[in-house]
Ligand binder design. Structure first.
Ligand code: MN
Length: 737
């Protein structure tokens, strides 16, 4: 019976706490949640012998104290139901609605996350993961309340559990409370953890503080009185109180500064709470006037709030006693925020005043947490308060329990490369939570990811570049291609480059101009064209970027010469004739009068070969195009007044070594086997045929077009004769002739 009384008593106190903050509160659901929890946990006892339900009432009481809403209090009462009793998500949803059910389930999920102490970076990831997992911020706040009560009642646990829970609290929950701006709870969590993590150190500090308590109290009240008197004189309405700093902050200072407690003087801190911001700065002036300022300790968090919205002005001064102390100056609103953080904002808002105009900015950070901003009725404030601080990140586990932080949308590929390039490069499969998944599977918070590797893996695929979400994974994949696949990269990259050049309206033949190529290579800082192709092939450089960067150079090099340029050409012709005649270098076996090393293209209309009479045409942007003198384009073009001046004399070099592509057309009687005979004949001559096509043209006739490579006109003539001798062939002519 005594137990029942305790439970009843605690519940009554919970109702009182809620009523204190919210006199008209309807407690029907709170009572229903209490009754359900009591029934569900019936028979469960805590280690200290009290009924288990006392824990959830206490956790609910903490959520009420920090001012959370009815949904939070109901959820806190039910927070251990799914984990520890037969009650299901559906049961809760039926009785209390989806929001409460989701929150309880969220708390359950957090409870199930296992962690062991890790290095700092790991701890930060776990903290972020927990916050990301708790989609509704109330989940985290209830979890913190739950942990706070467990820490307060840790005495009855085994020593091992005390240590592990304390470590977890110190490393995970205190920093989260800090991040949410809940300073008071953070301090309590830290002190309770320290009590179990270093009982001797804890005792040492508390003992000395107790010994000095009288002196400290005397000192504090004298400072308080002096400040109060001064501010009263100046008509500043203020509340002042001194406090001894929390034990863990003294402890940390002792250890980080390797000093004994005797050497730590600033054990006290004072708060001056005033009505408005102007007074904050007025108070600051008075404090600096009354005491000696310790340089470098002044911090203005009013003009620049901390990320968790903490606002105050801090300064450290030295009193007559030679003891330094810190003074924090803030308004009541700032004070509330400092004590309860995110919860204070809710409480403030649910009060009679509601949000005032001008408060908008102050609540910006909370708004950032809000996914859905439309529904902003006071009571529903937390409804849509989601933690999306880490919305662009996802946190997953290795099989060993390390947390890996990846960008949202990450796939097993990102995971594998974040472990090690070698893992990524030999990955052949992936398991998430024990199940095989495809490579494009999107990882979720809390997933356990296991990568399957094989030594016989042929390496990453280019598709992975599209599936990887993180830049570092893509970089590593590219590096692999760079190293392992040069030949392939060159072919691949050249194709991409060519199509990009085409798209930009540039001709690949520009790259026959050695001078231009050397400019291009320098511009792109690559040693050779192959290196450029290779870089494009493995993704180190995009084709678009490469082409964009060299576009201007190519266009400049190809810009059609103006009249005056033509004049210059003529001058060059003469100069070359006089001085450099012997040194003119042939390109494609063609010498252009007066032009060294210019860009040369053998025209496709008449496909000249050495031995043909030829002439050059200075094109607009594509160098000199070489035509046969019997080419209709030349014959017609020479008389065109606009272009007439562009024709230049060219000649074949003495020893053209290239082979030349040319096209011939064959007219024959239509018969079966004609193409076969043509091919056989060409083959017997070792002709290098590029293409061969034939079609019927009606009237029992066929035409065939053969494009092939020859050394010179003599070669070509022999070939034409041989083709002429094939049965049924009536005519063989050169294209464009
Ligand atoms: Mn609990």
């Amino acid at each position: 019976m005594a137990e029942l009384t305790l439970v009843e008593e605690m519940y009554k106190r919970l109702e009182e706490t809620i009523r204190a903050g919210n006199p008209g509160a309807d407690l029907t659901r709170v009572r229903a949640a209490f009754e359900l929890a009591e029934k569900a946990h019936a028979g469960h006892k805590r280690r200290d012998g009290t009924p288990y339900v006392t824990h959830v009432i206490a956790a609910a009481e903490i959520t009420a104290e920090i001012g959370l809403d009815e949904v939070s209090i109901v959820s806190a009462l039910l927070h251990d139901c799914i984990e520890d009793t037969g009650i299901t998500y559906e049961d809760i949803k039926k009785q209390f609605g989806q929001t409460v059910a989701d929150i309880v389930e969220g708390v359950t999920k957090l409870t199930r996350v296992q962690y062991t102490s890790k290095e700092d970076e790991q701890m930060e990831n776990i903290r972020k993961m927990l916050m990301a997992m708790a989609k509704d911020i109330r989940v985290i706040l209830i979890k913190i309340a739950d942990r706070l009560h467990n820490m307060r009642t840790m005495d009855y646990q085994t020593e091992e559990k005390q240590r592990s829970k304390s470590l977890e609290t110190m490393e995970i929950y205190a920093p989260i409370a800090h991040r949410l701006g809940m300073q008071k709870i953070k301090w309590e969590l830290e002190d309770l953890s320290l009590l179990y993590l270093d009982p001797i150190g804890f005792k040492e500090i508390t003992n000395i503080l107790n010994e000095r308590m009288d002196t400290l109290k005397e000192f504090m009240s004298s400072v308080e009185n002096r400040i109060k008197a001064r501010l009263d004189d100046w008509g500043i309405n203020s509340t002042i109180y001194g406090r001894i700093k929390h034990i863990y902050s003294i402890y940390r200072k002792m250890y980080s500064q390797k000093r004994g407690l005797d050497e730590i003087f600033d054990l006290c801190a004072f708060r001056v709470i005033v009505d408005n911001i102007t007074d904050c700065y007025n108070v600051l002036g008075h404090i600096h006037d009354m005491f000696k300022l310790v340089p470098g300790r002044f911090k203005d968090y009013i003009s620049t709030p901390k990320p968790n919205m903490y606002q105050s002005v801090h300064t450290t001064v030295i009193g007559n006693e030679g003891i330094p102390f810190e003074v924090q100056i803030r308004t009541w609103e700032m004070h509330h925020t400092a004590e309860y953080g995110v919860a204070a904002h809710w409480k403030y808002k649910s009060g009679e005043q509601g949000i005032r105009p001008g408060d908008e900015e102050k609540f910006a950070w909370i708004r950032r947490l809000l996914e859905n901003q439309q529904d902003s009725e006071a009571q529903d404030f937390f409804h849509d308060l989601k933690i999306d601080m880490f919305a662009d990140e996802v946190f997953v586990f290795t099989p060993k329990g390390d947390v890996i932080n990846l960008p949202a949308g990450a796939t097993p590929i990102d995971f594998a490369y974040s472990i090690h390039s070698a893992i990524g490069n030999t990955m052949v499969g992936a398991k998430v939570n024990g199940r095989l998944v495809p490579f494009d599977h999107v990882l979720q918070n809390g997933d356990i990811v296991d990568i399957i590797t094989s030594k016989s893996s042929s390496g990453p695929s280019r598709d992975w570049l599209k599936l990887a979400k993180s830049g570092s994974a893509r970089t590593k994949i590219k590096q692999w291609f760079k190293k392992e696949r040069r030949e392939e990269n060159i072919i691949h990259g050249k194709a991409m480059f060519e199509s990009e050049m085409k798209r930009a309206g540039l001709s690949m033949s520009s790259l026959n101009d050695e001078e231009l190529v050397s400019i291009i290579l320098e511009k792109l800082s690559v040693p050779s064209l192959d290196d450029m192709y290779s870089a494009i092939g493995y993704g180190g450089m995009t084709a678009v970027r490469a082409v964009n960067r060299i576009k201007d150079e190519i266009i400049k090099a190809q810009r059609p010469p103006a009249k005056s340029v033509l004049d210059k050409l003529n001058e060059q012709v003469e100069r070359h004739a006089r001085i450099h005649q012997k040194n003119i270098k042939a390109v494609h076996g063609v010498l252009v009068e007066g032009l060294d090393n210019c860009l040369i293209k053998l025209s496709r209309c008449c496909t000249p070969v050495p031995g043909d009479e030829i002439v050059g045409f200075i094109t607009r942007g594509h160098g000199v195009s070489i035509h046969r003198r019997d080419c209709p384009n030349y014959i017609n073009g020479i008389n065109n007044p606009e272009d007439g001046g562009r024709w230049v004399n060219v000649s074949w070099a003495d020893n053209p070594t290239d082979s030349y592509t040319t096209t011939v057309k064959i007219l024959a009687k239509e018969r079966s086997g004609l193409v076969m005979d043509l091919a056989t004949e060409l083959n017997s001559m070792n002709a290098k045929v590029r293409s061969l096509s034939a079609r019927d043209v009606g009237g029992g006739k066929s035409t065939a077009t053969v494009t092939l490579e020859v050394k010179n006109l003599e070669d070509l003539k022999v070939l034409i004769n041989r083709l002429n001798s094939i049965s049924g062939v009536s005519e063989v002519v050169r294209a464009g002739g």
